[in-house]
Design a protein around this ligand. Sequence first.
Ligand code: ZN
Ligand code: ZN
Length: 212
Amino acid sequence: MTGAVGGWAEGIGWFVLGAFGWTLFEYVLHRWAFHEMRGKHLGSREHLEHHVRAQWSFDPVILLAWAGVVLAGWGWGSLGTKAAGPVGWALGAGWIVGYFFYEYHHAQSHLRGPRNRWERWVRINHFHHHFGHPLSNQGVTVGWWDVVFRTQERPERVRVPRRLAMPWLLDEQGEVRPEYRDDYELVGARDVSDRQVAIDRARAFANLVPHE
Ligand SMILES: [Zn+2]
Ligand SMILES: [Zn+2]
């Protein structure tokens, strides 16, 4: 093996380690910092608000998260350089890419239907987290930490409250599109009164599943 090839292999190794580290942090952050804290700090409140309406939209607060992740990635990268020289920056790069991969696919899961088997799994896994059991399926892009920490649930079908349904799930009549009927069913009324939103908020902040 030439030195250059060895360098690339080492860089890829550090990158994969950084991305793998991110997946653990994704789980820890989502479960213990966001859900278990029940709105006691900004990050937790932002996340539980996401559960109230179960829609994804751009909120400028997310720029804080992006800045924090890039800063943490820089920290990991500089630690990597102490262990391995310049190639160690790949550790921080893997962390940052891992995060943006998660962020992108979380947003996409709310905004559009699946295009392959993995995206189908991501959506079933994540919408069961939203509508079936908010303390299960804490991993969004990978399921292995839910297996390790025994929080993985695989529903036969995801039961989606009509008022919270993802736009891509529905046809013009407001029913589940035929291609998604094996995986999802609609329950409850379409009611989005202020009272219903208040109930959804209280339940989201208590880590309870939204009422049907
Ligand atoms: Zn979500
Ligand atoms: Zn959540």
